[in-house]
Design a protein around this ligand. Structure first.
Ligand code: RP5
Length: 162
């Protein structure tokens, strides 16, 4: 069974949420990605969330835009850690998504990431860091990724005027 579930409110969220999948690929973490909508498929959301732990998922990443209730409603149905990604919306640029995800009531937690692709990539990274607590191969991959990222910055040539 995959270690991480990536769910999103609509297929239109996939270009953003694919950044989470790419990060998990980079770090050698297995995942399953699917559309689960809090509003359009509420019964599926309940079934998915309530069975996620028994299926073996360790972390759930939920991405949604606009009235982005998906991560919070998943968190309401499972004890697994849930990371929420606010997807950039066409009307309000994702600030609506951010506010919808971040303001959880005390007692039900969602770890909220930044709006858009950076948030999705970091959700993948955070999910891998959770998996790495029990998985030495993933831990080594994260350490290697961070070292390479640092080396790439330090190897950049001096800046010149544009
Ligand atoms: C949300 O509504 C989805 O997460 C998506 O970000 C947004 C728009 O969905 P579509 O109309 O593109 O399917 O539920």
């Amino acid at each position: 069974m995959p270690q991480v579930a990536i769910v999103m409110g609509s297929k239109s969220d996939w270009p953003t949420m694919a950044q989470a999948a790419k990060m998990l690929d980079t770090l050698g973490v297995s995942y399953h990605a699917q559309v689960v909508s809090a509003h359009r498929t509420p019964a599926l959301l309940t079934e998915f969330s309530e069975t996620a732990a028994d299926k073996g998922y360790q972390v759930i990443i939920g991405g949604a835009g606009g009235a982005a209730h998906l991560p919070g409603m998943i968190a309401a149905h499972t004890h697994l850690p849930v990371f929420g990604v606010p997807v950039r919306s066409s009307q309000l640029s994702g600030v609506d998504s951010l506010y919808s995800i971040v303001q959880m009531p005390k007692g039900v937690a969602v770890g909220t990431l930044a709006i858009g692709e950076a948030g999705a990539a970091n959700a993948g990274l955070l999910a891998a860091q959770v998996v790495a607590l029990q998985d030495k191969t993933v831990r080594d991959a994260i350490i290697q990724f961070r070292q390479q990222q640092t080396a790439d910055v330090l190897a950049q040539p001096p800046l010149e005027l544009p």
